[in-house]
Design a protein around this ligand. Structure first.
Ligand code: TXA
Ligand code: MG
Length: 324
């Protein structure tokens, strides 16, 4: 508790001074700055090498703070907030004037999220302003799920990294656009389309990550990518896998395999990891595996294709972009 309070004091002091700090959230680590100050937010773009046309999510600590960030708070936002906040869901709505243009990449909408991580909640409470925070990685890289991952990307670029342990969700929040009649999922995540539809029986919910590419330039084809080349494959056994990757001529000790059902012997490849078969536990573990592959100098990562199932939508989306 003492360490928690000390970190809270340090982080809130930095943020009040307009600095950028890396903080844990339940999804991935974020790179936070005062969302109401354009000059502070600018430092996020610099630290991440982030293109200016990619908008940043604003983190709040209750519904009333969320309402202050937007022009209008429709019924559908209330229903989703009631069902899923605090948690891994970002709502895109028409932005209020108080939100600087660089937060929204010059656009008229803003993404707001009330995170459930206790450190993030106490930090926003202490600062009493919302926090703009993208994932705490260099632009286009894999999002960090531990302080160590953040350090490997951001060391020397920011004044403070708060270590809150490994994150519990493991992939980024579901982003939902509420600015139209239809409710559009711009980025799938661990709150599935099914779960959202179940709450919004009166609305049509669409998965629309292609539209998302246009609406949010952040949804680039190759986005959540490790240094190594990543392939999503199915294989029958190690021989089959070997023949599928033979054309790449990657030395076998530079190949990492991430399996969850078709487990191959570890003797032929650099490393074989086995992730859980259940979507939630898999999501929590995935990015740590990708960081480990990079750290070990992998050239090729072969990921066993996950099920084509609603629960796995967020995971499949990230893997497809990581391979891009
Ligand atoms: O779980 C998360 O969402 C994490 C944690 C730190 O909260 N944040 C995160 O931020 O993943 P970032 O910047 O790495 O990804 C935010 C995504 C981007 O693809 C961005 O384009 C989209 O959300 N986004 C943000 N504001 C938007 C807006 N106004 N309209 C459409 N898309 C938006
Ligand atoms: Mg990101």
């Amino acid at each position: 508790m003492e360490a928690f309070n000390e970190a809270l004091g340090l982080a809130s002091a930095c943020l009040r001074e307009g600095k950028v700090v890396a903080v844990p959230t339940e999804t991935v680590y974020g790179l936070a700055a005062n969302a109401l100050e354009a000059a502070s937010v600018e430092k996020i773009f610099t630290a991440k090498n982030r293109p200016a046309q990619n908008p940043i999510i604003v983190h709040v600590n209750d519904e009333s703070m969320a309402r202050q960030c937007v022009v209008e708070w429709p019924e559908v936002a209330s229903e989703l907030a009631k069902a899923f906040w605090p948690g891994p869901l970002t709502l895109v709505l028409a932005k209020a004037e108080t939100i600087p243009d660089n937060v929204t990449a010059g656009g008229t909408t803003v993404g707001v999220r009330w995170p459930s991580h206790p450190f993030m909640q106490d930090l926003i409470n202490t600062c009493r302003f919302p926090l703009a925070a993208p994932s705490a990685n260099l632009s286009n890289h894999v999002s960090p799920t531990s302080a160590e991952h953040v350090k490997s990307q951001m060391d020397g670029r920011i004044p403070l990294i708060v270590d809150g342990g490994p994150t519990s969700v493991g992939i980024e929040s579901t982003v939902v656009d509420l600015t139209d009649e239809k409710v559009r999922v711009l980025r799938p995540g661990m709150i599935s389309v099914e779960a959202i539809s179940a709450v919004l029986s009166d609305y049509k919910v669409e998965i629309d990550s292609d539209k998302g590419i246009l609406k949010s330039p952040g949804q680039l084809k190759r986005h959540y990518a490790p240094n190594a080349r990543l392939l999503v494959l199915n294989w029958a056994d190690d021989e089959d896998l070997e023949s599928q990757i033979a054309y790449s001529r990657t030395p076998h000790d530079r190949v990492c395999v991430i399996a969850h059902t078709q487990i191959v012997p570890g003797t032929r490849f650099g490393r074989v990891s086995v992730l859980p078969r259940e979507a939630k536990a898999y999501a929590k573990a995935l990015y740590d595996e990708l960081y480990r592959c990079d750290k070990e100098g992998a050239e090729l990562i072969c990921v066993e294709a996950p099920p084509d199932d609603q629960e796995w939508d967020g995971i499949n989306d990230r893997l497809s972009r990581a391979g891009g």
